[in-house]
Design a protein. Sequence first.
Length: 286
Amino acid sequence: MPGWSSTGPLRATYASVTYASTTGGPLPSERPVWSQRGRPMGRGHGDSVQVMDTSAHDHQPAPLPDDDALEVVMAARRVGHDLVDGLRQALLDGWGRSRRRDKADGTPVTEVDLFADRAIVAGVREAFPGHAVVSEEGSTTWDGTEWTWLVDPIDGTTNYSAGLPYWATSVALAHHGQVVWGMVDAPALDLRFDAVRGQGATTNGQAAWVAAEIDLTERSSRHSPLAVSAGTVRQVVGDTWFKPRILGAYALDLALVADGTLVGAFTRVPKVWDVAAGMLLVTEAG
């Protein structure tokens, strides 16, 4: 994966094509199988829809190793929320006003991206000096550190600079390469999604669940929204039963799969900071 190197589980989790389903795993070579997970109903949604035939993968996240690890996770969660809370107004102030330019790799960036990245990284290093940080605008290499933060200060920079509301900040924490906490915050939509491994997912503090089971024999199921990236539409998806929507911020796409708004999400060659928090949200919600 360009810009990312790892020998641990983080690399294994994110394949060249990632399909967001309730499994939280990579897209298998065989066709996806759509079936019911059997989770409780919540927030007006039923049980889960999208489960792929991925028998080779563990569909449930491993529990946190011990109480000491959980204590670190919960402390990091508090710090993460505080850092993002502190950036919300600056992000909103720059929304639609911060000029976009292209980085060397051709991806867009604004001064607010860089400011927010520096602020989050500095806050993490002050609170947890022994933790590593992998971020879109900073270091993109994992060195095997026990605790690693994964940061995308603004996912959806094109939308952000154009004044469109579909963008988000994504922050996650991994322990030995396994994501154990994640948050996706969308200030312009007043939405915050949060998940701790083994403890479920929430949207604005309320329990989140993936969408209801879909009966593919019903014509109305074709109207179910499916988020896709522009690259996916060009090269992967082709004709799909569902209604594809290019929304422009994959971290937020995954968060909306987790709360049942979208039935799924496709992207090609995601970066780990795009998907770390969102994939945990989907796994915990489904």
